[in-house]
Design a protein around this ligand. Sequence first.
Ligand code: PAF
Length: 284
Amino acid sequence: MLIARSIPELRAALAGRRPAFVPTMGNLHAGHLALVHQARPLGDCTVVSIFVNRLQFLPHEDFDSYPRTWDADCAQLQAAGCDVLFAPRETDLYPEPQTFKVQPDPQLADLLEGQFRPGFFTGVATVVMKLFSCVFGATGGGTAVFGRKDYQQLMVIRQMVRQFALPIEVVAGETSRAPDGLALSSRNGYLSPQERQEAVALSQALRQLCDRWTAAQAAGTLHPAELEQQALDQLRARGWLPDYLAVRRRLDLQPATPGDAPGTLVALGAARLGATRLIDNREF
Ligand code: PAF
């Protein structure tokens, strides 16, 4: 596995190849590795980036304490068959203040995650555009793999690629889950043993919300706001601080209505358990 620390090194390594790219912020777990395995047959060179992107953290968030596990990440990527690891220093990716930003459509980016983390998707879109330029700039295009766990992020990136006509195919990877159903996430590492046991309640609440929605829709008694409130109350009663639990249309993440067809919806949630903020979603 070649480790490229700078953009020229990366471009030299990739010239003439067709990369399949998985961007990450490191602290890799089985969910990331599943994306790497998914990427491998999609190009002739599997590229993973590790870069903790300051631009997508709010001032009070965990940029400084975000887990950085370089040696373990390298070993896992090597074993997973990654060909090139791109791990730029901050001064390589942002040699001057990144004042020029990619501004996603507020209709998509200012709701759900964007409502509770203002500026988050601008930070994500800006770094992903820059990573795409680094990885695909010398190759004429390729494939990029993003996990469905970050559902809204995947939609923002897809819209960015479409609207800028980038020569990149965006492929979605399924959410990897622990045996109890908890979605794998680097932030799960912040949970105490007790919190880790409780953490599955978020995915359970989303599953129940989907089931109740489907049953009420079939019975003709669906009141979306009531069901969402019930799910929020249920988590609050267990000691969580939910930001949102909502059923949205997969197409544009706008609020779902009783007339929306089954199979076109997604339930999304974000909630704080102790000091840890978790997100998850279920399509139904
Ligand atoms: O999903 C992530 O890990 C990050 O948001 C990404 C896409 C690597 C951009 O920093």
